[in-house]
Design a protein around this ligand. Structure first.
Ligand code: DX5
Ligand code: ZN
Length: 214
């Protein structure tokens, strides 16, 4: 079985000690750092922008997994790529159908990975045709916008269909309400990348929490 990629979400970190918390994640065995970008329009919350990504780029070489929960993602891809993103994932619901492939190509033109994400109410059948053009598919297991919400099992069940149509190397990621129990549900369905915020950052032992997800 392929390795499970654990991507702690810094949304649950202590923002006054962001660099320190990222180094803790690295020492504790994290694979990637998940960065939640929200614009107050696509989701009802505001978080961080490219300047923050640029400054934390100095503290680690771990891949930066940038999750754009914003409208007009095409406008900001270059900023995040230049700031040091290694993966840029945008939302299927945030763009027009005829823009999806162009945006995937545009992200890849920066020599980084392109991801496509779906919200809980989106039918996975709608994205099957796009799978070959992406490196990663992010199945949201909560409504995007906030950390600390309860895992929606029916969302994870979408992984099954996606895996049946997925090219071999496609990374299937889940995000929202992931803990050691819900991680198991997702990996059994075929997910190989797990985002977790509150579960990791609220734990007493980060390394143990990260390990318990694999
Ligand atoms: C939610 C974000 C998540 C969030 C996950 O919109 O995309 O990455 O930080 O937080 P937890 O793991 O606490 O559900
Ligand atoms: Zn996220």
């Amino acid at each position: 079985m392929s390795k499970i990629i654990v991507s702690p979400s810094i949304l649950s970190s202590d923002f006054s000690n962001l660099g320190r918390d990222i180094r803790f994640m690295e020492k504790s065995g994290a694979d990637w750092i998940h960065i939640d970008v929200m614009d107050g329009h696509f989701v009802p919350n505001l978080t961080i922008g490219a300047p923050v990504v640029k400054s934390i780029r100095k503290v680690t070489e771990m891949p930066f997994d940038v999750h754009l929960m914003i409208e007009n993602p095409q406008k900001y891809v270059k900023d995040f790529a230049d700031a040091g993103a290694d993966i840029i994932t945008f939302h299927y619901e945030a763009v027009k159908r005829n823009e999806i492939l162009d945006l995937a190509h545009y992200i890849k033109s920066f020599n980084i990975k392109a991801g496509l994400s779906i919200k809980p109410k989106t039918n996975p059948e709608e994205i099957l045709q796009y799978l070959p053009y992406f490196d990663l598919i992010l199945v949201m297991t909560v409504e995007p916008g906030f950390g600390g919400q309860k895992f929606i099992k029916e969302c994870a069940e979408k992984i099954d269909l996606i895996k049946r149509f997925a090219p071999e190397n496609l990374i299937v990621q889940v995000d929202g309400g992931i803990n050691s129990e819900t991680a198991r549900i997702c990996t059994e369905l075929g997910a190989n990348s797990l985002v977790a915020g509150s579960y990791i950052f609220n734990s007493q032992d980060y390394a143990q929490a990260i390990n318990s997800l694999r």
